[in-house]
Design a protein around this ligand. Sequence first.
Ligand code: ZN
Length: 53
Amino acid sequence: MKIQWKCSLCGYQFEGKATPPDKCPSCKETCTFIDATCYIPECEGPEGRDRRI
Ligand SMILES: [Zn+2]
């Protein structure tokens, strides 16, 4: 399944595979990616992102 990754540095969100890339596509930094995928039915928003994150 696709994962919604969010860069902890710049907040850039993108859809990717189960393993995030080494570097952020936006800020080019080696950062920690937050899994922003929405897993609960209550937050079925656009693109399945969790709006609480
Ligand atoms: Zn970034």
